[in-house]
Ligand binder design. Structure first.
Ligand SMILES: Nc1nc2c(c(=O)[nH]1)N[C@H]1C(S)=C(S)[C@@H](COP(=O)(O)O)O[C@H]1N2
Ligand SMILES: [Mo]
Length: 344
């Protein structure tokens, strides 16, 4: 049995991101500068204010914080059992330092290139070896399942890490609703393919040479593990596009590339599906990709990681990497018969 105490020790009960709807300024207020000025009652004055002063108004949102993509407050139940004693990475870091090659390979490309990404309408289908194939529309993603908040460690294979409060529901709850047919062994995931919206899918250099759509996969046991999470939000609000809106996977015991973003298809199968990074460089990225400080990447050690905090990547503190990213009590059993050096 899992010791849940580890996850709740030393946690504040009330978080500042647990806002109720009426504590939050209506999203329409943020629409554009004109509206902001109007709402603040600065209409006539605003128009005649020198640029310097106007800039000051927008400092209300913090530096570079004028929202381009609107996120919405999510209603969810109390934070779940999955809590951490360590503080979350500042939101401004988590949404500006991203890997989402569909929008470019540099860490700031997704924030810069994804703001016009359209997530509504959206369709996510659950198909393959299931009793009831399901199609979830945009609204269903946040309304069909009870949402919970989970704060997870997140470890990229590039040896940086964050701590992120996600909002969403367990992958198992969705798969159970679809009903898994006997004979099923694996689950495959696919990101949207839309080169008109995703410049990295149009331009091979920008997209890092990946053959799109980005695909990922899990064994059925991994998919049904209670840790496997479908996130529709972070820090209490819907996902911004660079974080994988409107729905992405989060697998905290695996390297970040398994946590596929902007998912349109989930397919239950009877064999192991191909996965993007494994196809691109099979000697460097395995199917399993479990966080493992003892198995080095061919080009760098995985024994430590840079934990991204206030100062960003370059002032980040180096901390030891934990086996299964610290989630062994939940997942180690899945691999008890597997040589993790061979099946990395
Ligand atoms: N579709 C898609 N999903 C993706 C990626 C990507 O390039 N495309 N990058 C992966 C990698 S390498 C990481 S580390 C995480 C990053 O998630 P974050 O930007 O929210 O931190 O997303 C993963 N999911
Ligand atoms: Mo990554």
């Amino acid at each position: 049995m899992v010791d849940k105490k580890r996850f709740i020790k030393g946690i504040k009960q009330k978080h500042d991101w647990q806002l109720t709807d009426n504590q939050v300024t209506p999203e329409s207020v943020f629409k554009d500068r004109r509206n902001i000025i109007k709402t603040l009652g600065l209409g006539a004055i605003g128009a005649s204010l020198p640029g310097q002063v106007q800039a000051g108004i927008f400092d209300l949102f913090g530096k570079n914080e004028t929202p381009k993509f609107l996120t919405h407050v999510l209603k969810y139940a109390q934070p779940s059992e999955f809590k951490l004693a360590q503080p979350a990475t500042p939101k401004s870091k988590a949404i500006r330092h991203n890997n989402f090659y569909e929008f470019g390979t540099s860490k700031t490309d997704p924030y810069e290139n994804a703001q016009g990404f359209k997530v509504n309408p959206w369709q996510l289908t659950i198909e393959g070896l299931v009793d009831n194939p399901i199609t979830l529309d945009y609204d269903d993603l946040t309304k069909q399942f009870a949402l919970e908040e989970r704060t997870y460690r997140f470890r990229c294979v590039e040896a940086w890490s964050m701590v992120v409060p996600w909002v969403g529901f367990s992958l198992a709850s969705l798969l159970k609703q679809a009903g898994i047919k006997s004979g099923a062994t694996h689950v495959a995931f696919e990101t949207l393919f839309d080169p008109d919206q995703m410049p990295g899918q149009k331009n091979r250099l920008l997209g890092g040479g990946i053959q799109y759509p980005y695909v990922e996969g899990l064994t059925l046991d991994e998919a049904m593990n209670p840790l496997s999470f479908l996130a529709v939000g972070l820090y209490g609000k819907t996902l911004p596009p660079q974080s994988g809106a409107p729905i992405r996977l989060v697998l905290p015991w695996k390297y970040g590339f398994k946590s596929i973003k902007s998912i349109v298809r989930i397919r239950v199968m009877d064999k192991q599906p191909p996965t993007t990074w494994n196809q691109l460089a099979p000697n460097e990225y395995g199917f399993y990709a479990n966080v493992n400080p003892e198995v080095a990447h061919p080009r760098w050690s995985q024994a430590t990681e840079r934990s991204i905090g206030e100062g960003g990547l370059f002032s980040a503190q180096r901390i030891p990497t934990q086996m299964f990213n610290g989630y062994g009590e939940y997942v180690a059993d899945l691999y008890k018969n597997l040589d993790l050096k061979t099946y990395f």
